[in-house]
Each structure stands twice: as structure tokens, then as C-alpha cells.
Design a protein around this ligand. Structure first.
Ligand code: F0G
Length: 433
């Protein structure tokens, strides 16, 4: 399939291998696919389905299985684990008045977040284009994914992260996989500005979601759900919003799937932001007249972002899908996390914003009774052990959150016991009674 880089603002086009990060007008670039050229939608679906039973790494990958809609690269050049083989869990829809509810667990990717789907594409492309070194800004997960894919590609990796406010699981991954890690005196938005400047003026390949190849990989979250749900999608897709890469990628996937005839009706996107880090929700209240950057604060450090780079692509997604953007408090995020954790699905705080957001949108009647919804859980529970422990030990005050009866009920602290079987059994008997 023919591909070009195309500006989403002025439609200017550039060859696919152009190294610029933005259009000369400053607009964001898309990898634009010439969909006219393609096989029928029925042929595509049966080919995607056939590949699930193939042993080839490019078919085993839940990203490259959809390569017609991702990128054409020779199979032996792919930097893949493989990734993207994540489960779709059915949850109880009754408490929300829904007809069906699913959670897609992107925390089951090789490095524990959805970032692997974008990173396999961005790093494979960078290797194909003989990149010298890779760089990103990150709230944690992107740096972990880049560190891993960079190591597999034998390319040097540089990551810029905020000093503090980064979950331990993520930082330890980046260090362990060998990324040169720089903690900057600033937040994610400062780091993002710095890496964009560095990549624009030096021979460093930027792999944040400003890199349009990342988004081509992240589109496969939608394609994968579509195949797992028998070539269909629910009424609503609920996703947390930070730098708005997923929001942008999902909208692009849905635009392309509609154009290919894979979908008759388009699901609506619901983007959920943390109350203290909600520049996109605030812009939605102004009918997207403009984005006002803010100083973000939330316990969901993955989405502690005040100036999302993908803003204009995300607006396109909301417009195309008649989507909504809403916010939830940190306390609501923690309660939702506890609910998902107790179902042994588990996730990091940013992911749980989806369940909290679903609760808000169903109680407000925006997601209607009898509709179906899909939550995108973006990261693994193991990414952020500090928050899980604060919740379990009843110390949410350490996170700056006021204790409430609901949060208190989430506690499950470990008990110190003597090493004596009889005493331990007394405790067990008491618990079971
Ligand atoms: N959930 C998790 C677990 C994330 O790590 C991120 C983003 C998001 C949601 C938000 O996704 O940016 O596509 O809107 N993490 C980035 C990082 C920013 O650096 O790891 P988005």
C-alpha cells in the first residue's frame, strides 16, 4: 500500500522517509495510507484471522499481524518480541446498566504497557532508516519500552524523564535495559520540549508519539479488539488521555476501518483525564477553540501531562467519533484501581481512570443503558508498586489523598505474625469465620 507523510493541518505531503518531525506549517504529520489500493474488507479480515495460527514472528505479533494497515517492512527487519498478544476480559456490565463490558489489558505486553505496540514500529522503521541513536521524553512507560526495543535493535537509547514522579517499575526497566537515563529538573512537558529540539537539530531519532510511526502501531489496539470481538466493536471505547497518542491513533484506526468498509457504525471514544491534569477536557469544554497548557498534578503519574503534543490529532478523533472527554479525581482512580485489582486483572493508576470515567459517564447518562463499552487498560499493576502499596496499607495520605471510608475499605495490609503454626491457624480460623 502506498504511504506518504501528510500534514493534518494543511495537507502538505512529504515522502515517507522524510526526517522532519512536523510539517513546515508546524502541523502534525500522519502516515497517510492510500486505502483505495486495498483488497476487500472480507479478504483482510480472513487474512488477519489466518495469521493467528501461523508461527512466524510477524504473524504472532499482535501488531505486525495487521501489517497492511501498519507498515510494509521486510519480516527480517522487524524489531519484535513479539508484542500485542493481550487478553480481552469480559467484566460484569450489570452495575453500569450496560449490555456488555470488556477490558483490553495492554499491560500484558512484553514491557508491561501499550507502548510496545508503537515502539516496535518506530524502532523497526528507525533501524531500517539507519538511525544512529534513539531518544524520547517519558513519564515512564515510553522509556521502558524504548529501552527494551533499542536494546533488541542494538541502538543507543537516551531517555529524559521528570525528576521524581516516575513509578519505580518503569524507571528500573529503563535502567536495567541499559538506556542512558537523564532526570530533568522539570516535568514531562519540559522533557518533551527538550527532546523535540534535540531531534530537530541533531542526528537523534525521536520516538515519542509525535513520531507518526508510533501511532501506526498503536492503531492495532483497535484492530486487535475488533478481531477478538468477532469483527465488531462496541458502542464506546474508553481510554485514558495524557499526551493523547492513543486518542489520536484510535481515531485514525477508526477513520481507516470505516473507509475500508470494516465498520458500518463507528464506536464513540471517551477520553478520561485526571482532574489535575486535564488540559484536553478543559479544551473540550471550550469546543476545542484552543489548548491552554497547565501545570499537571495527579497520582496517575503516567498521565501527568499539561501540554499534550498530539492535541490536534486528538481533536480530529473526538470529532470523527462524536466522542467525549471527561475527568475523574485521584480518589476515584484509586477506588477503580482497587476494583480491577480485586478481579485479578490489575493495572496501574492511569489505566484505572477508564473504569472511574465509565462510572461517571454512565451515571451522567452520557453512556446510555443497554450500550456496550470497552476499557483500554494501558499499563500493568507491577509498574507502580508504591501506589499499590499505599492503597493496600491504608496510607493514601502519603500520596496526598484524603482518606475516606471508601479508600479505607481498599486496605489489605500485611500482618506481622509469629512463626508458630498454631497462632497462624488461629488467625486463619478467625478470618474464615
Ligand atoms: N496510560 C499509561 C499507562 C501511560 O503510560 C500513558 C502515557 C497513558 C496512559 C497516556 O497515553 O499519552 O497516548 O494519551 N505515557 C507516556 C509515557 C506519556 O511517557 O510513558 P497517551
Amino acid at each position: 500500500m502506498n504511504r506518504q507523510l501528510r500534514c493534518i493541518q494543511c495537507d502538505n505531503v512529504y515522502p515517507l522517509d522524510d526526517r522532519r518531525l512536523r510539517c513546515s506549517c508546524g502541523g502534525l504529520l500522519d502516515v497517510h495510507l492510500d486505502l483505495e489500493q486495498h483488497a476487500s474488507s472480507a479478504e483482510l479480515v480472513s487474512e488477519f484471522a489466518r495469521r493467528t495460527s501461523s508461527d512466524a514472528p510477524c504473524d504472532q505479533s499482535g501488531v505486525w499481524r495487521f501489517r497492511e494497515l501498519v507498515l510494509d517492512l521486510p519480516a527480517n527487519e522487524l524489531v519484535t518480541f513479539p508484542e500485542g498478544r493481550t487478553n480481552l476480559y469480559a467484566l460484569d456490565p450489570a452495575p453500569f446498566g450496560l449490555s456488555a463490558l470488556w477490558a483490553k489489558h495492554e499491560g500484558e505486553n512484553p514491557t508491561g504497557s501499550f507502548k510496545d505496540r508503537g515502539m516496535t514500529v518506530a524502532v523497526s522503521w528507525a533501524l531500517h532508516r539507519s538511525a544512529r541513536a534513539l531518544i524520547c521524553a517519558s513519564t515512564g512507560n515510553t522509556s521502558a519500552a524504548l529501552a527494551a526495543y533499542g536494546a533488541r535493535a542494538h541502538l543507543p537509547v537516551f531517555v529524559l524523564i521528570p525528576n521524581g514522579k516516575i513509578a519505580l517499575g518503569k524507571l528500573s526497566q529503563a535502567l536495567a535495559y541499559g538506556a542512558r537515563t537523564m532526570q530533568i529538573d522539570g516535568d514531562f512537558d519540559d522533557a518533551m520540549r527538550a527532546v523535540e529540539q534535540l531531534a530537530a537539530s541533531h542526528d537523534l531519532t525521536l520516538v515519542n508519539s509525535l513520531n507518526p510511526f508510533r501511532l501506526e502501531g498503536q492503531k492495532t489496539i483497535i484492530l486487535d479488539c475488533f478481531m477478538q470481538l468477532g469483527a465488531s466493536l462496541p458502542d464506546w471505547i474508553v481510554v485514558p488521555g495524557g499526551n493523547l497518542g492513543n486518542t489520536s491513533a484510535f481515531g485514525k484506526a477508526l477513520i481507516e476501518m470505516k473507509a475500508l468498509g470494516l465498520l458500518s457504525t463507528v464506536p464513540r471514544l471517551a477520553v478520561i483525564q485526571a482532574e489535575g491534569a486535564a488540559p484536553f477536557a478543559r479544551a473540550a469544554e471550550r469546543a476545542f477553540s484552543h489548548l491552554e497548557p497547565i501545570h499537571p498534578e495527579t497520582i496517575a503519574t503516567a498521565i501527568r501531562i499539561g501540554n499534550p503534543v498530539n492535541y490536534s490529532k486528538a481533536v480530529r478523533s473526538i470529532t470523527f467519533t462524536h466522542g467525549v472527554v471527561t475527568t475523574v479525581t485521584d480518589a476515584q482512580i484509586l477506588i477503580a484501581k482497587h476494583e480491577l485489582d480485586r478481579q485479578a486483572i490489575g493495572c496501574e493508576p492511569a489505566s484505572a481512570a477508564t473504569l472511574a470515567g465509565l462510572r461517571r459517564l454512565t451515571s451522567e447518562g452520557i453512556i446510555g443503558r443497554g450500550q456496550s463499552a470497552l476499557l483500554i487498560l494501558t499499563g500493568s499493576l507491577l509498574k507502580d508498586p508504591e501506589t499499590t502499596m499505599a492503597l493496600a496499607s491504608g496510607h493514601v495520605a502519603n500520596l496526598g489523598i484524603a482518606l475516606s471510608p471508601e479508600l479505607d475499605a481498599c486496605a489489605n495490609p500485611p500482618r506481622l505474625v509469629p512463626s508458630d503454626a498454631e497462632t497462624i491457624f488461629d488467625i486463619i480460623r478467625e478470618e474464615l469465620s
